[in-house]
Unconditional design. Sequence first.
Length: 102
Amino acid sequence: MTNNKWDELYNDQEYRYGKEPNVFVQSMLPDHPPSDVLSLSEGEGRNAVYAAELGHRVTAWDYSSVALDKLRQLADERNVNQLFRLPVLFPAKNELLASFPC
């Protein structure tokens, strides 16, 4: 059992929404030249990987570590891992507590 509902949601071999980008993203993104893209709540990565395939430099984040693992896997499959940055936005609880001594 995982520690959050989002990990539970994505904890499956299959990609919950598939591997192809959202129709809206697919219709809009090709019209923009490669640039820096920030994708929050990215899920399993289908839209971020698509952006990277178009040459965008993507910073992607999701609360689910399971989803981010699947994003890395999809980026590997599509050979676009070099265009990704996956920041740690929420440090571990102990690190957070250490940042704010009482």
